[in-house]
Design a protein around this ligand. Structure first.
Ligand SMILES: [Zn+2]
Ligand SMILES: [Zn+2]
Ligand SMILES: [Zn+2]
Ligand SMILES: [Zn+2]
Length: 143
């Protein structure tokens, strides 16, 4: 029994007994400088995340597992916007025409591009004119 208790007080990294400063993580104690991120090998001081039974610091975990913003390609924080099957910073998800952020992520899709309400009308009009022109051209070519 005593041996088992001692075991529990051994650092998961160096297997020396931990002092009073032990960090308890993943059901075992660690020296605070020995609880390392599996990616950057830096001691994890605060919160950690587990992936494949390995601990990761928040930064590395985010790098590996969080999505990147489809607008700026930066790694996203937990809270982000999901639109068009992609993830975005709210400020990166913008109208394709006026480049203003889309309020509440509400958008109108034309040719796979997001537009806000005003621009979507403008775009639809432009598209219609364009189509009419194309038809006109074809009509002449066909003759
Ligand atoms: Zn240790
Ligand atoms: Zn790390
Ligand atoms: Zn972004
Ligand atoms: Zn717009």
């Amino acid at each position: 029994m005593a041996a088992k208790d001692e075991d529990l007080l051994k650092c998961g990294f160096c297997h020396a007994s931990v002092g009073k400063e032990a960090v308890v993580a993943m059901n075992r104690p660690w020296h605070s400088e020995h609880f390392l991120c599996s990616e950057c090998n830096q001691p994890i001081r605060q919160t950690y995340q587990i992936a494949n039974n390995n601990p990761f610091c928040i930064n590395c975990f985010a790098m590996k597992h969080n999505s990147r913003c489809a607008g700026c390609n930066e790694v996203l924080p937990e809270k982000c916007l999901k639109a068009m099957d992609k993830h975005w910073h709210p400020h990166c998800f913008v109208c394709s025409l006026c480049r203003r952020p889309l309020p509440n992520g509400e958008y109108y899709l034309i040719d796979n591009q997001p537009y806000d309400l005003d621009c979507h009308w403008a775009k639809r009009l432009e598209k219609r004119n364009h189509m009419q022109q194309e038809m006109h051209v074809r009509y002449h070519e066909d003759l």
